[in-house]
Design a binder for this molecule. Sequence first.
Ligand SMILES: Cc1cc2nc3c(=O)[nH]c(=O)nc-3n(C[C@H](O)[C@H](O)[C@H](O)COP(=O)(O)OP(=O)(O)OC[C@H]3O[C@@H](n4cnc5c(N)ncnc54)[C@H](O)[C@@H]3O)c2cc1C
Ligand code: SF4
Length: 449
Amino acid sequence: MTISLKKISPEEYRKNFADMKPALSESAAIVEAGRCLFCYDAPCTNICPTHIDVPGFIKKIMTGNYIGSAKTILSENILGESCGRACPVEVLCEGACVMNDKDELPIKIGQLQRFSTEWRRNNKKSIFDIPESNGKSVGLIGAGPASLSCAAYLKLNGYDTLIYEAEELAGGLDAFGVAEYKLTLKSVLDEIEMIKEMGVKIQTDTKVGKDISFDELLKKHDALFIGIGLGRTRSLEIPGNDLNGIHDTIDFVKKYKTNPPGETAVGKNVIVIGGGNTSVDAATAAKRLGADTVTVLYRRSESEMPAFAHEYEHAKADGVNYQWLTNPIAFMGDTDVEAVKCIRMELGEPDDSGRRQPISVPGTEFTIPADMVFLALGQVADKEFIKSIPEVGFSNGKIVADPKNGKTSNPRIFAGGDVVHGAKEVVNAVQAGKLAAYEINKFLSDEED
Ligand SMILES: Cc1cc2nc3c(=O)[nH]c(=O)nc-3n(C[C@H](O)[C@H](O)[C@H](O)COP(=O)(O)OP(=O)(O)OC[C@H]3O[C@@H](n4cnc5c(N)ncnc54)[C@H](O)[C@@H]3O)c2cc1C
Ligand code: SF4
């Protein structure tokens, strides 16, 4: 049997993937900014991983100083435009807004942040004065949010910065992972143009370890930053896992974001395996691309699912079904996947982490028809590459580095982002890159002293 696929028209695609939170008009932004109470010791600033002065940038919108507002944001978070759209504000700044305690809607901080940063871009205003080169050079591996942030803040301190990126486009998962209805690929690439205009150089199509060796980079640069993120989705070692129609979710999200609207085909009956935020992205994308049924399988119960509650609500609103306490045990079909064989689970005793472990219930096997399956089981780091880096530790699937400053046990090598702190959000990677930039500056200035 061949896989039965569906496509939607370009018009339907544009409608289904339109901005989840549309841009605010100038008048709407001023009215929204006027609702802010400009708290002292503001909880929104404290909870923001990059500690943007939120009341400060909002006050500047109120007074029409949009460029000043954008500067306040970008000084702390160079990817402030992406973050205004991609941050899970419900559990960060907007979740901490004091308006929630007054039973009022929180200030739309993300949308205001988007307003100021987009205003800067649309009006082609540059924000920063870039100092003359200090003659020192830093090489950065991977052009995701961590390296982009690290390179930009080093540039503001006079360093020559060159990012090596394996893919043909920069941006990492900010560009290719975040759902299109939150953040378009185009807006990420425009934001990267601003970083390039600051003087950060990006060499794409260059995989370190393959196209250029790590040793060469050590000879060429005074210090190195590793921001390679986590790699592919973990595979599922069960019978039939080589059948056609079983996909890595990250590959699929990248495909639909880079294909022209209406070109990405999806199965009629889609199964998504995993209970995190990536599984929500795969499930909602499949539904919006026209799948008749989308079912998420999760081996624990609803209350243990790691996806954010607001993401889960999106998935339910899109018509995604959930099968709790369900584990896939085989993919069925000749050459193409036709069904997923599952077994029911129950929760046993907690393990060392305190989480109750799922255990199979014998005799409860059943099958669900499927012509496409997405694996969303978490990502795994490029262990071979990391182990080849001199004096840099690898533990629990991540690089060992100080989260406060990115220092590794090799004094010339720093690291940050998902490859150090595990899968988090764009804003966390930006902060890790910024903190590493401060430390690299300290290290290279001390060296001079
Ligand atoms: C499907 C999905 C949806 C997401 N949605 C959101 C969201 O809505 N909001 C949010 O805030 N966060 C979201 N995230 C998380 C967010 O995208 C990541 O936390 C963030 O991008 C991590 O940044 P990073 O720089 O550490 O790594 P990455 O973004 O992974 O970038 C690493 C870069 O390094 C490159 N690279 C790797 N190895 C090499 C090498 N040897 N040589 C050269 N280059 C190399 C890679 O090609 C990549 O470009 C999502 C993640 C996924 C997977
Ligand atoms: S970066 Fe994200 S968490 Fe921080 S203030 Fe902006 S939207 Fe909120």
